[in-house]
Design a protein around this ligand. Sequence first.
Ligand code: COA
Length: 262
Amino acid sequence: MSDCQIIDTNAATIGGCSLCGNKNASNLGFRRKRDWLKDRYAEGLRYKVLRSAKSGDIGMIEYTLGDHAWRPVEAKGYLVIHCLWVKGHHKGKGLGSLLLDNCLEDAQRSKCRGVAVVTSSDSFMAGSALFLKAGFVSVDRLPPYDLLVKRLQKTAPNPRFIVDQERLPKRYRKGLTILVADQCPYAAQSAGRIAKASRTLGLEPRVVRVRSAKASRELPTPYGVFSILYDGKLIAARPISATRFRSIMRGNADACRQRVLA
Ligand SMILES: CC(C)(COP(=O)(O)OP(=O)(O)OC[C@H]1O[C@@H](n2cnc3c(N)ncnc32)[C@H](O)[C@@H]1OP(=O)(O)O)[C@@H](O)C(=O)NCCC(=O)NCCS
């Protein structure tokens, strides 16, 4: 652990950092995430890299002020953690806790109401265990997502989910729509794979870039970064593989066929 330090990034230094384990500067998701970050620093977003002298960038934490969070939560006055990640075999050595403590210290210093985070029992984002151990409690739940908070001010109102599961599915009633924000460096690639796979199924997808925190908070899922809608129904709420997409579409077609036959 003494080999590691937490580096606070800014618009001038972010280009040289690994972004959530992605350091390929020619990758579209990497470039979009880097540019997205450059636009966010002025809003108060912090992207901190855990750098090992021996192994390079092996972890990160990203958080921002509640009003600017790219998650559908009402969390005014809180810091909202977007992502916490530690690389493969470096897990289980206290590094995730180190990054989280750094964020909690920041919240204390800046006199925030507390720190909130959306966790998931699904494997693509941090689970709740580490946060619960650090004194967070669950204040809202939309399975498999949990909204956790560590309040620093006793009388502060708890954050809550503000997920509207109906508005966007109603707006995109027909065909396949992929909504994707640059907050996740893996989302662009997933959107591209799904668009390609959908064309092999004879569908022309509509790909919508989610370009603001407000728009990301309108997504019909607590993970305000990625959604796939098909004929007005949410069929995926996170980046998925083309294989998973095809299997979901097969399941949809089977369900339709059964309804017709019934
Ligand atoms: C959640 C995550 C960040 C935790 O990171 P971590 O470095 O493994 O966390 P820690 O080592 O601090 O804590 C994990 C466990 O190791 C224990 N531990 C081991 N050695 C330790 C040490 N020296 N000091 C403190 N804790 C230690 C902790 O007590 C904790 O125990 P628990 O499993 O009983 O809760 C990590 O598992 C991860 O990256 N998961 C994937 C999240 C993801 O997908 N993020 C990307 C989407 S944004």
